[in-house]
Write a protein that binds this ligand. Structure first.
Ligand SMILES: C[C@@](CO)(OP(=O)(O)O)[C@H](O)COP(=O)(O)OP(=O)(O)OC[C@H]1O[C@@H](n2ccc(N)nc2=O)[C@H](O)[C@@H]1O
Ligand SMILES: Nc1ncnc2c1ncn2[C@@H]1O[C@H](COP(=O)(O)OP(=O)(O)O)[C@@H](O)[C@H]1O
Length: 277
């Protein structure tokens, strides 16, 4: 058996800078990962099968188009494996759960089968967020998701993720954008500490946030709930939403913030975790 962690992807910034002829958007995004995520286990087997368990399993069917099975087929090898996906991340929530599972599947199966990963174009075809999830560490993401530049070391930080239990469709949010020619990010410098980092991020944006919020106004409530917590240095939406993150410099403050938001909103999904370096 081999296991892989599939961490939540968090877009600390997300600038939409243009659109390609095929309709895909050009992005400029500072992407990090949180120590909150799904777990994938694979064991040798004759046939390729998928079983889904865990607290978010109900939201997802183990159908052929599940990103884990699509990732397995992307090797083009027609080999078997019994895959178990322990689903913790809410589905269609802007933290790339499906893409993280696909990336974890690629890593786990390459190891199980003793083969190389599929080429970059094949990986990108699984989803625009799959290359960044395969990288699995802080990067600046550009193009439609295929151009990844490593970042200088980031300061220690904690993230609180909160989702209101309602999904927004990524293509719908892209369609609702007021403009698609926003400014790119400046060069990402080194940071003295987490406050310095948060100050830099505060000057940047998630350009999808106003569009997502117009489709799902509760996103504003989620962001405000995080922003109101002691020690929260920045609250913003991730990806196309609806999950928002709060950035904290101290673990105890992040844990207390997650507890307080969950207590006030028992129906929301709320988790705290270290920002992975
Ligand atoms: C917006 C982002 C930002 O990281 O995150 P999420 O909200 O999904 O977490 C991603 O670009 C989403 O990546 P992913 O969810 O893998 O997208 P895909 O399955 O490839 O595409 C779903 C749909 O989104 C639109 N799309 C996606 C990526 C992109 N750069 N431009 C687009 O216009 C397209 O309409 C596409 O049909
Ligand atoms: N293993 C998977 N986990 C989550 N979603 C999946 C998976 N496989 C396929 N999907 C589909 O992919 C879509 C995007 O899901 P997800 O990656 O969680 O969204 P987001 O990138 O917005 O967080 C969903 O509509 C879902 O039905």
């Amino acid at each position: 058996m081999t296991a892989e962690f599939a961490p939540a992807k968090v877009n600390l910034t997300l600038h939409v800078t243009g659109r390609r002829a095929d309709g895909y958007h050009l992005l400029d995004s500072l992407v990090v990962f949180a120590a909150v995520g799904d777990v994938l286990r694979v064991t040798p087997a004759e046939r390729l099968t998928l079983r889904i368990s865990g607290p978010q399993a109900r939201a997802l069917a183990a159908e052929d188009d599940n990103l884990v099975l699509r990732a397995a087929r992307a090797f083009g090898l027609n080999r078997g494996a019994a895959i178990e996906l322990e689903k913790h991340l809410p589905v269609a929530s802007g933290i790339g759960g499906g893409s993280a599972d696909a990336a974890a599947g690629l890593r786990a199966l390459a190891r199980l089968w003793g083969v190389a990963l599929p080429d970059a174009a094949t990986v990108l075809r699984l989803g625009a967020d799959v290359p960044v999830c395969l990288a699995g560490r802080p990067v600046r993401m550009a193009g439609v998701g295929e151009t990844l530049t490593p970042l200088p070391a980031l300061p220690e930080a904690w993230l609180v993720l909160a989702n209101p239990g309602l999904g927004v469709s990524t293509p719908e949010v892209f369609r609702a954008l007021a403009r698609r020619d926003n400014r790119a990010m400046p060069e990402v410098p080194g940071f003295a500490d987490v406050r310095d980092f948060a100050g830099f991020l505060r000057g940047l944006r998630n350009d999808m946030e106003p569009a997502a919020e117009s489709l799902l106004p509760v996103i504003g409530t989620v962001r405000a709930a995080l922003a109101a917590q002691k020690g929260c240095l920045l609250a913003r939406m991730s990806g196309s939403g609806a999950t928002c993150f709060g950035l904290f410099g101290a673990e105890a403050q992040a844990q207390e913030a997650a507890r307080a938001v969950q207590a006030a909103q028992p129906g929301w999904w709320v988790q705290a975790g270290r920002m992975l370096s």
